[in-house]
Ligand binder design. Structure first.
Ligand code: AMP
Ligand code: FES
Ligand code: ZN
Length: 286
């Protein structure tokens, strides 16, 4: 198979886009998609001081590397959860990553708060989520960051939505937004610069760039049933995740400010309304 862009030997095949690419063209393709997504959805503001939350997994490693390639300035935060060998390995990976992307890395050790995740009883994963959100927000605020970015992926958002809809819960809209603004002065904005990227795309980027990341899951992670359902649908219907996500965004978006067509004055989404565009193309009188 040949690369669609340069005709060299292709190393990746992306069914959702129906293209095959060589390693170099893939890196360029991926960076361009991430950059376009950040701009289009206003994920970062011009004066943002960005803190990247890095776990040592493929998604946040890809996030740090691609943002650095695009030219964003940032520092990184890793939370050491005290989960034995697993946490030790993750910490080592983010330390290697920091050297590669040449950015400052801060580490908050949960033991400094007097406990570690394995000591939590009950629903460990849910408590761990609370701990991570708390530490990220507090560290960011106390150190003058204006936004915390996480490596959440398209599959994270789609599986989260399906799980919540199936469970009858409705308070999910915020988690699906690519950027969530603070509702209080003690809260720092949250951003998901990879929210349109799939896990496979992040993995390919991390492997081609030879980035350090920990392959295996946390020992306390529950079986990712909803993710498996999402993978299965994607397998049968390539492009499902991205299309579904696009639909979700429309649903969670706040109504746009009203605009008026510059030609006819009717309500319009763009500068010229869809009717005037058609009329301009097809009318014999205008
Ligand atoms: P997860 O909830 O494990 O799927 O992780 C989602 C995102 O949260 C990751 O991509 C990271 O940006 C962030 N994250 C998860 N674990 C940590 C950690 N131990 N330290 C810093 N950031 C983390
Ligand atoms: Fe938090 Fe596994 S990473 S319980
Ligand atoms: Zn190529």
């Amino acid at each position: 198979m040949k690369c669609k862009k340069c005709a060299n030997k292709a190393v990746v095949s992306l069914r959702a886009y129906k293209i095959a690419l060589c390693a170099d063209c893939y890196l360029e393709f991926y960076s361009r998609l991430v950059h376009r997504s950040i701009k289009k959805h206003k994920i970062f503001m011009e004066n943002d001081k960005i803190l990247l939350a890095v776990s040592g997994g493929k998604d946040s490693s890809a996030m740090a590397s691609v943002l650095s390639d695009i030219g964003y300035g940032f520092e990184m935060l890793h939370i050491d959860l005290g989960i034995g060998r697993y946490s030790e390995d993750c910490r080592r990976k983010v330390e290697e990553l920091a050297k590669i992307v040449e950015k400052d890395l801060h580490v908050v050790d949960l033991r400094d708060y007097g406990f570690k995740i394995p000591e939590v009883r009950g629903r460990i994963c849910s408590a761990c989520g609370t701990v991570k959100r708390y530490v990220m927000n507090k560290f960011a605020r106390e150190n003058g960051f204006t936004v915390v970015a996480t490596g959440h992926t398209a599959e994270d958002l789609v599986s989260f939505y399906l799980k919540n809809v199936a469970g009858g819960q409705k308070e999910y809209a915020e988690k699906l937004l690519p950027r969530v603004e603070p509702f209080d002065e003690k809260v720092v904005a949250r951003a998901k610069p990879l929210f349109e990227m799939s896990e496979k795309e992040n993995m390919l980027f991390a492997i081609i760039k030879n980035l350090p990341f920990k392959g295996d899951e946390c020992p306390y992670a529950p079986k990712p049933e909803w993710k498996e359902i999402v993978y299965e649908i994607e397998h049968k219907k390539p492009g499902f995740v991205k299309n579904f996500l696009r639909g979700l965004l429309v649903e969670t978006k706040k109504p746009l400010e009203t605009k008026y067509c510059s030609i006819c004055g009717e309500v319009s989404i763009g500068e010229v309304c869809a009717f005037c565009k058609i009329r301009k193309r097809f009318s014999k009188t205008s």
